[in-house]
Design a protein around this ligand. Structure first.
Ligand code: ZN
Ligand code: ZN
Length: 351
């Protein structure tokens, strides 16, 4: 089969791998959609080894030729011995939860395998991922894809859209809330789309005019270009001087993080989602004196993944619109060169 490797220095390689065979409790998935994620750009630009060194995971990589892609979605092609046929059968449409844990610690038992006490096996990073014709995973990593959803939609839920749903759950958001979303890339747009479907009024902020222009199609009622006006002042104006009750920060960087906090009202709740970098606040003025609640929200659980897909299916949310580019796997070099510009929306490989 074919599999794509991030070689660093903006190079990818489409290599030949042996077709995987499932062992006990495992499944082989025939890939139908494999999403491209913002975090892939780190591997694309710096290579897997350098990226993992930065993340402190270098000693855990299983080979120097790991297949990338951590947003996999497809159909079950083969099952290993011991898999309960009531759980999964050949032909089932599935998403892959790309973190694999020990299955016994408290985090694994609650579906948060990325937090596994013994360290998670991250597919597409430490172990083979979805940019391939086939992918082998434990059956415990599979989540059924609702019939109403496309494979591309499943790939979105497998990382970015699931992360958005996870942040909204952490904020315990409801139709009583107003929400400021900083960063209108695929995760921020998913936050907006899901929150709007929950009845929340959404304000969106970005520094790209193209992303600001697109935001209205994703349920953002007021989209603010932060290069043209001060987003905090704009959001205060839109909320009668009070601020939004919640904010989700998906842009990354010190400035938008501080702005997200300052866009909320007294008792505001803020979820930080974008990874890396710092946050600088005045503890008294920005947090304590305003009774604000600041949360770090890292991805989502397997249970949330299922709930997210079900919410999308039952509400008819058009997650497929997140994808501006679809590619074949043999176009991987072109696909990542285009994605590297970070000007459009999300890309996905379809099989
Ligand atoms: Zn991702
Ligand atoms: Zn565990």
């Amino acid at each position: 089969m074919r599999g794509m490797i991030f070689r660093g220095a903006r190079e990818v390689e489409l290599a030949h791998f042996d077709d995987p065979t499932p062992g006990p409790g495992e499944a082989v998935i025939e890939m139908k959609a494999s999403g491209m994620c913002g975090t892939d750009l780190h591997y694309y630009r710096h290579g897997m080894a350098a990226s993992l060194e930065m993340l402190g995971l270098k000693d855990r990589i299983e080979s120097d030729r790991i297949i990338g892609g951590h947003e996999p979605c497809g159909v079950v092609a083969a099952l290993g011995p011991g898999v309960d046929s009531k759980a999964f059968r050949v032909g089932d449409r599935v998403m892959v939860f790309h973190y694999e844990g020990c299955r016994h610690c408290d985090h694994c038992r609650t579906g948060w395998t990325q937090l596994c006490d013994h360290g998670a096996r991250i597919h597409g990073v430490l172990a083979h991922g979805g940019h391939a014709d086939y992918m082998k995973v434990p059956v415990s990593s599979l989540v059924h894809l609702p019939q109403e959803m496309s494979f591309a939609g499943g790939a979105a839920v497998a990382c970015g859209t699931g992360t958005a749903y996870g942040a909204l759950l952490r904020l315990d958001i409801s139709a009583r809330d107003t929400l400021a979303v900083y960063g209108l890339g695929p995760v921020g747009l998913s936050v907006a789309q899901l929150a709007a479907a929950m009845g929340v009024e959404v304000f969106g902020v970005d520094i790209s005019a193209a992303r600001v222009a697109r935001a209205k199609d994703f349920g953002v009622t007021h989209a603010i270009d932060a290069t043209q006006s001060d987003p905090v002042a704009e959001i205060l104006k839109l909320t009668g001087g009070k601020g939004a009750s919640c904010a989700v920060e998906c842009a990354g960087g010190e400035l938008p993080r501080a702005q997200a906090v300052r866009s909320t009202k007294v008792w505001g709740r803020i979820a930080l989602v974008a990874v890396g970098g710092n946050l600088v606040l005045d503890a008294m003025k920005d947090l304590i004196g305003k009774q604000r609640q600041l949360l770090g929200s890292f991805t989502f659980s397997e249970v949330d993944m299922k709930a997210c897909a079900s919410f999308i299916a039952t509400r008819g949310i058009e997650v497929d619109r997140l994808f501006t580019d679809t590619w074949r796997l043999d176009q991987a070099a072109q696909a990542y060169a285009h994605f590297d510009q970070q000007a459009g929306g999300k890309g996905v490989f379809l099989f």
